[in-house]
Design a protein. Structure first.
Length: 223
């Protein structure tokens, strides 16, 4: 498959305009305008062909959609070690929130013990989207049965002026309020978070159906 040719065949100019507004931090000329379901289908086709090594090594990619196809292919790799190897090669090239946020790496679900050291390392990265990706993995994988109080402190310790990283920290704590209210509420009561993150996390929590009405009322009082 000639990937670039395929992407341009699926180009939608109106969708390109929408994406340019959604992801304003990357060059407009890097966005072709291909809808996500089409990108996922392309990724599946490439993955099934097992001919993606040259594409994986062709970094950095020129187009936003190539980056999305790349992470979608990685998300389908069933061997944990191979998945992480390819992910770590790619993480430095993530340059926007959709590439960081849209893939679900299924192999991580059954490999929490092996995954955790990587997640901790990614979270501490100075590269914004590596850190954002790490926080998202901690949020997705470690707020249920494998949760530990220390994870809240790990995320709270990340200091950045970057909007997209602060938004992910707020998202993490809003989700923690839904899933681990008793453990996370002290971070708000004791004002341990950046003021903007504090307010944004409470806003997201009070908009969530997973947070009880009584908790929402209390959160509004300490906003």
């Amino acid at each position: 498959m000639d990937l670039k040719q395929k992407l341009f065949e699926l180009k939608d100019d109106k969708y390109k305009e929408f994406q340019e507004k959604l992801v304003p931090n990357i060059p407009k000329e890097s966005i072709i305008g291909v809808r996500t379901p089409d990108l996922r289908n392309i990724a599946k086709e490439i993955f099934k062909s097992k001919v993606y090594e040259s594409f994986f090594n062709d970094l950095p990619h020129k187009y936003y959609e190539e980056n999305l196809v790349h992470i979608f292919i990685i998300s389908m790799i069933k061997d944990f070690d191979k998945c992480v190897i390819e992910l770590e090669k790619f993480l430095p090239y993530m340059d926007c929130w959709p590439v960081s946020d849209q893939a679900t790496l299924k192999v991580f679900k059954k490999n929490h013990e092996k995954l955790l050291p990587y997640v901790k390392k990614w979270i501490k990265s100075k590269h914004v989207y590596t850190s954002r990706f790490g926080i998202r993995m901690l949020m997705n994988e470690y707020l249920d049965k494998d949760f530990k109080d220390e994870y809240l402190g790990l995320v709270a310790s990340i200091k950045s002026d970057d909007y997209y990283l602060k938004m992910m920290i707020a998202w993490y704590f809003a989700t923690a309020l839904a899933k681990r209210y008793d453990e996370s509420i002290p971070f708000f009561e004791n004002r341990k978070l950046d003021p903007w993150i504090h307010k944004k996390a409470i806003q997201k929590a009070t908009e969530s159906f997973r947070v009880s009405d009584s908790h929402k009322e209390y959160l509004k009082k300490i906003k």
